[in-house]
Design a protein around this ligand. Structure first.
Ligand code: OGA
Ligand code: NI
Length: 342
């Protein structure tokens, strides 16, 4: 509990366990001109059929070029998004005593409040607190969610159903666009946990010395992120960091390692990080669609032919997770471990 950053303290200096070695600090140019593609979902899952082909084209272009994009008009109401941000902020603004009930350092537990990251245990700490929850199906998970603030369960229950639906819509468009068998991503590949990371990055007095999250790629299939008005997420694009500038009511979408492997590298699980700032606390909510633990993952046969032999090995998802953790989520190392060599 003493490790929690959001414990009511206003930091005048960065405690030394958070100071990154110089080579890992925020460095390198951040592009001021490149913007993530913004895709208009035309109202969400039930978009007009005639728009479908055009939409699919936009997704695949953005997916291949950036691996990250923002979606607007996705069908989740402004009210629900605002309510979700508000209950999350209320959660982190609760007293230390109220939060103590949820705090847990046991990394094998899913539902818990903790600080920093789950990988790289002996390294420096990262400037973030996180409430991690398994959220789906709602009826099976809701009793494990925090019972404070009062509205959290009610709002999250609505939000997670709609956020998952947006993710599944995107997956079905991608499936169609890539010529995969209909329903390829339904079933095992997306029927594991739906995890939410509610991230809280308090103001940091010396942002140049810290990071909120180190560069990583996500372990899952697809990620949907809701961020508030404060900028902090950066994406690696052509060797430079690019800001994912907040757009009101948009979701930031990115592909996890599993989608890169299934598409045999056509869609990339792009590296990203969260920086800190001295002015204002930043809150974000990441929704991770996960394969079932026992699910068998391999490059789809539709993505493989004589000219494009499989680049990645096949494996069972839970084995991937173990190796991902052992390698501290570093993209190059993780991808190397699952590449077919030669
Ligand atoms: C994550 C993540 C980015 C952010 O939780 O995996 O990349 O902006 N979050 O909080
Ligand atoms: Ni991430």
């Amino acid at each position: 509990m003493d490790n929690l950053l959001s414990n009511g303290e206003v930091y005048q200096t960065v405690p030394k366990q958070f100071i990154l070695p110089p080579e890992n600090r925020v460095s390198g140019e951040v592009s001021s001109t490149v913007r993530l593609p913004v895709i208009d979902l035309r109202g969400g899952p039930h978009c007009h059929v005639e728009d479908r082909d055009q939409l699919i084209g936009e997704f695949l272009r953005a997916g291949k070029e950036f691996g990250f994009f923002q979606v607007i008009n996705h069908g989740v109401s402004e009210q629900l998004m605002a309510d979700m941000m508000r209950v999350t902020e209320e959660f982190f603004n609760m007293s230390k005593e109220d939060k103590a009930a949820y705090y847990c350092e046991d990394t094998s537990k899913t539902n818990r409040l903790f600080s920093s990251t789950i990988y790289g245990k002996d390294g420096p700490r990262y400037w973030r607190d996180c409430l991690k929850l398994a959220c789906y199906p709602v009826a099976e998970t809701i009793n494990e969610w925090p019972d404070k603030p009062a509205k959290l369960r009610e709002v999250l229950a609505k939000f997670i159903v709609e956020a998952r639906e947006v993710s599944m819509t995107l997956l079905s468009l991608i499936c169609e666009g890539l010529g995969l068998k209909k329903g390829y991503f339904e079933g095992d590949l997306s029927s594991g946990q739906v995890l939410i990371n509610a991230n809280y990055y308090p103001p940091c007095p010396e942002p140049d010395l810290t990071l909120g999250l180190p560069p990583h790629s996500d372990r899952n299939l697809i990620t949907l992120l809701l961020q508030g008005a404060i900028s902090g997420l950066q994406i690696m694009h052509q060797g430079k960091w690019v800001r994912a500038e907040p757009i009101q009511n948009a979701f930031v979408i990115n592909f996890g390692h599993q989608l890169e492997i299934i598409t045999n590298g056509v869609l990339k699980s792009v590296e990203h990080r969260a920086i800190t700032n001295s002015g204002a606390a930043r809150t974000s909510l990441a929704v991770f669609i996960m394969p079932a633990m026992e699910s068998f993952i391999s490059p789809a046969k539709e993505m493989v032919n004589e000219e494009n032999p499989p680049v990645y090995k096949s494996f069972v998802f839970k084995d991937f997770l173990r190796i991902y953790m052992d390698l501290s989520a570093k993209r190059v190392d993780v991808m190397e471990a699952f590449k077919i060599s030669g």
